[in-house]
Design a protein around this ligand. Structure first.
Ligand SMILES: C[S@@+](CC[C@H](N)C(=O)[O-])C[C@H]1O[C@@H](n2cnc3c(N)ncnc32)[C@H](O)[C@@H]1O
Length: 215
């Protein structure tokens, strides 16, 4: 899905100076590539360690993830949860459910993860928790909608991360498709939103880091 922005030697060097993935995450990464469609969607080692680091910095009580896929990023995001914290993760693809539940249980997370199968646009309005951290990583077309749906559910001072905001570099190209248009609109909307402070971090395919500063 994303292109490689950095020379391979630099990527390798960065990984060589980054904590390793757990054996389970390595297995999920490997099995996703071997057995699942569109494996480039998986966060992978470097981005996974970034998500884990953010989670450790925030020590969230409640995390919401939109776009579980094979559970790789969910497990990374759960690593820094507060002692009684939990992670809610949503995906519309029911075909991955058995596999993902098994990965969550191998991670010892079966009691700390609410794994919801369905359309995020329908499910988010039913959620009653207040979130300390939200990771948006589902269909690009609906990023702006997800942002609007979650905003009031994020606590003041909480964080929102959105993945793939460089969309393989297409955001700066003149010929654009529907998804690129949606990603661009999302990026502009967030950058112009007076309620947040934001930065676009050019890690991998681009991650928007957003802090909710006002209601
Ligand atoms: C990029 S993948 C998520 C990757 C995962 N977060 C990771 O880093 O390993 C996007 C996921 O969003 C899911 N998705 C797409 N449209 C959705 C929707 N309307 N509601 C919920 N999930 C959706 C897809 O099924 C897919 O598994």
């Amino acid at each position: 899905m994303e292109m490689d922005f950095l020379p391979k030697e630099i990527d390798d060097y960065a990984l060589g100076h980054t904590s390793p993935e757990s054996d389970l995450l390595k297995k999920i990464n490997r099995e996703t590539h071997a057995e699942i469609l569109m494996p480039r969607m998986v966060s992978g080692h470097l981005q996974g360690r970034f998500l884990s680091m953010v989670s450790h910095m925030i020590q969230p009580q409640v995390v919401l993830e939109i776009g579980t896929y094979t559970g790789y990023s969910a497990i990374c995001l759960a690593e820094g949860l507060a002692p009684n914290g939990k992670l809610v993760t949503i995906d519309v693809n029911e075909e991955l459910e058995t596999r993902v539940r098994s990965y969550f249980s191998q991670a010892g997370l079966e009691n700390r993860v609410d794994y919801l199968i369905g359309d995020a646009a329908k499910l988010i309005p039913t959620l009653v928790d207040q979130f300390d951290l939200v990771f948006i990583d589902a269909d690009k077309e609906n990023y702006s909608l997800y942002y609007d749906l979650i905003f009031d559910k994020v606590r003041l001072g909480g964080f929102i991360l959105a993945d793939n905001v460089l969309w393989s570099g297409k955001v700066v190209q003149s010929k654009i498709d529907k998804d690129t248009k949606a990603v661009r609109e999302f990026n502009r909307k967030v950058a112009d939103d007076p309620r947040v402070t934001t930065m676009l971090l050019p890690l991998r395919d681009g991650i928007m880091l957003i802090k909710k500063a006002k209601n």
